[in-house]
Design a protein around this ligand. Structure first.
Ligand code: BMP
Length: 209
């Protein structure tokens, strides 16, 4: 019943497994992004699942034509990923191609400053897309709690709000959850810490387990 997702953005397989194992008891899921897939291969997904028993989110931010999205997503779900993150701005056909294969999370607004240039102006349309397609969840920015609140208010109940940007990017876990987030994603504040297990525990306790 944790609401914490670890962003495991390291290259090395051994290091990734060590960090995942030492933090697993405080996590809901582990998120794997390109750095880890490039550094350790797709097998890391299978390995992480075996070693931690936790769900794995493949943060590929797929943004291609439906056929290419399908070719990528099918292999990644086959490797054991439980969820795939896809961009919505490429259009509903591309998102549907992923959703037909497994549970999907759609990006509606990113956490970095540059998101205000192109993504934020279309967030309303991306929320509409999510409401129409009914994915597992959407990504909204913990760095802008007011935008998390806005997204939650427009989103159909049942679609989860998942928020990165906590810690190094400046967002607060508590504020994101108060604004309506269901899960928070934390990377560097855990894996760059001297003691990742302790850091994960601290955040887990801060958000009330
Ligand atoms: P960190 O806590 O170290 O800032 O890592 C955040 C993680 O969430 C990274 O894997 C990043 O790619 C991802 N992410 C993000 O920071 N903002 C978004 O809007 C979407 C993301 O997936």
């Amino acid at each position: 019943n944790s609401r914490l997702i670890l962003a495991l953005d390291v290259y090395e397989l051994k290091k990734a497994l060590e960090i995942a194992e030492s933090t697993a008891e405080y996590l809901w899921a582990v998120k794997v992004n390109w750095p880890l897939i490039i550094g350790s291969g797709l097998e890391i997904i299978t390995e992480l699942k075996e070693r931690t028993g936790l769900p794995v989110i493949a943060d590929l931010k797929l943004a291609d034509i439906p056929n290419t999205n399908r070719l990528i997503a099918s292999k990644v779900f086959e490797a054991g990923a439980d969820y795939i993150i896809a961009h919505g701005f490429v259009g509903r056909d591309s998102v549907k191609a992923v959703m037909e294969l497994g549970k999907t999370i759609i990006v509606v607004e990113m956490s970095h400053p540059g998101a205000e240039e192109f993504i934020q102006p279309v967030t309303d349309r991306l929320i509409e897309l999510a409401n129409e397609l009914g994915p597992f969840g959407v990504i909204a920015p913990a760095t802008r709690p007011e935008r998390v609140r806005y997204t939650r208010s427009k989103l159909m109940p049942g679609i989860k709000v998942i928020t990165p940007g906590v810690g190094v990017q400046g967002g607060s876990a508590r504020e994101a959850l108060n604004a309506g987030a269901d899960y928070i994603i934390v990377g560097r504040a855990i894996y760059e810490s001297e003691n990742p297990g302790k850091a994960a525990k601290r955040i887990y306790e801060e958000i009330g387990g």
